[in-house]
Design a protein around this ligand. Structure first.
Ligand code: 5GP
Ligand code: MN
Length: 339
């Protein structure tokens, strides 16, 4: 993978561009791809954003989200665009398998593939150009850096500001995680000085849910959370019946894994959700516990040091007991915790 700055001389000559992201995109995946979309449009490129799957409706306020293709729903059109593309930007994922059913067609495409990502252990051999920096708060911050490094900070308009702010806010837990560096605050200061109304973005992302979702959270915290104080660990498990009963949609469970971390002493929080086709797992840790390695080793996943995900093909009961076994195996790391 060559350094991303080598594509800058080409940025002003119009091309066919596809931008994609990981499946079930979050605020950073959607914010960074749409931020880049609004930037590239200004140079006359033909740009399409393709998501491997559907996404949470709380992202639908993002400017141009209505132009994003859902690969699972518009496979033929998406395949054609990928086939014809000169450039394919791959944002907010480290390995092509994170694009689910798009993986094969992306790997086959002859387009120049460009990675912008902050996850650990990227599959650099499949990208021609790119930047992978695990110290970065978010891919949205990296798109901001990309725009600045290209020399076109003056092209940052309102839609770009809104999308990038949403991305950085999502991935920093509203500016509280250790990844919230000085450069994050400098970026936000620049966006606000350009006119960004940041409180509206917060409201769009966090105050737009259904009553059902809040009642579902109440039930989950009351009845579906186990605490293992000896291991400084909490586990939430959610059945398919719960999802049906409360009419839970894509994205409604996002952030739920963080709640147990507000309990004094809890260093690892896990959630396992029975999504039918698979059991989806999320892990969040504090300090020295390496959630990325844990997710890789036990749940076919990965991510960041303190925030990772994975999945299991086993039943919910088995996935829960697998987790408990893994927790026992990691007793030392979980009980001797450091910041
Ligand atoms: P979440 O738990 O919110 O789904 O994901 C937490 C972090 O881990 C995100 O940065 C996400 O991209 C990453 N992640 C989630 N699931 C997987 C997975 O199955 N494989 C890998 N490599 N990363 C994942
Ligand atoms: Mn991200």
């Amino acid at each position: 993978m060559d350094v991303i700055n080598n594509i800058f001389p080409e940025i002003t000559s119009p091309k066919k561009v596809v931008i994609t992201m990981h499946q079930k995109p979050d605020g950073d995946a959607m914010g960074s791809t749409l931020g880049l979309y609004h930037f590239l449009l200004q140079f006359g490129h033909e740009v399409t954003v393709i998501s491997p799957t559907n996404w949470a409706s709380f992202l639908d306020w993002m400017p141009a989200s209505n132009t994003v293709l859902d690969y699972e729903k518009e496979t033929k059109k998406s395949d054609e665009l990928i086939h014809q593309a000169d450039w394919i930007f791959c944002l907010d994922f480290n390995t092509m398998s994170r694009t689910k059913k798009m993986e094969e067609v992306l790997l086959k495409s002859n387009a120049t593939k460009i990675l912008i990502d902050h996850h650990q252990q990227p599959q650099t051999e499949v990208f021609h150009f790119g930047i992978s920096d695990t110290t970065k708060s978010s891919t949205a911050e990296m798109v901001y850096d990309f725009i600045n490094a290209s020399g076109y900070n003056d092209k940052i308009n309102e839609p770009i500001s809104q999308c990038l702010y949403a991305g950085v806010m999502t991935d920093t837990g509203s500016f509280r995680f250790p990844s919230t560096s000085a450069s994050v605050h400098i970026m936000v200061a620049d966006l606000i000085s350009k006119g960004l109304k940041h409180s509206v973005i917060h409201e769009n992302l966090f105050d737009n849910f259904s009553e059902n979702r809040l009642r579902f959270i109440g039930n989950t915290l009351l009845n579906r959370m186990q605490i293992f104080y000896e291991y400084n660990t909490a586990l939430i498990s959610i059945t398919q019946q719960d999802l049906i009963k409360y009419d839970i949609k894509t994205g409604d469970t996002e952030g739920l894994v963080n709640y147990p971390l507000s309990i004094e002493g809890i260093r690892l929080a896990a959630i396992i959700i029975d999504r039918g086709e698979e059991r989806k797992c999320s892990f969040r840790s504090k300090g020295s516990f390496d959630a990325n390695t844990f997710a890789r080793k036990y749940f076919n996943g990965g991510g960041h040091y303190n925030a990772a995900g994975g999945h299991s093909k086993e039943s919910l009961e088995t996935a829960v007991s697998d987790f408990i076994k893994a927790m026992h195996e990691n007793k030392n790391e979980l009980s001797t915790y450091q910041f």
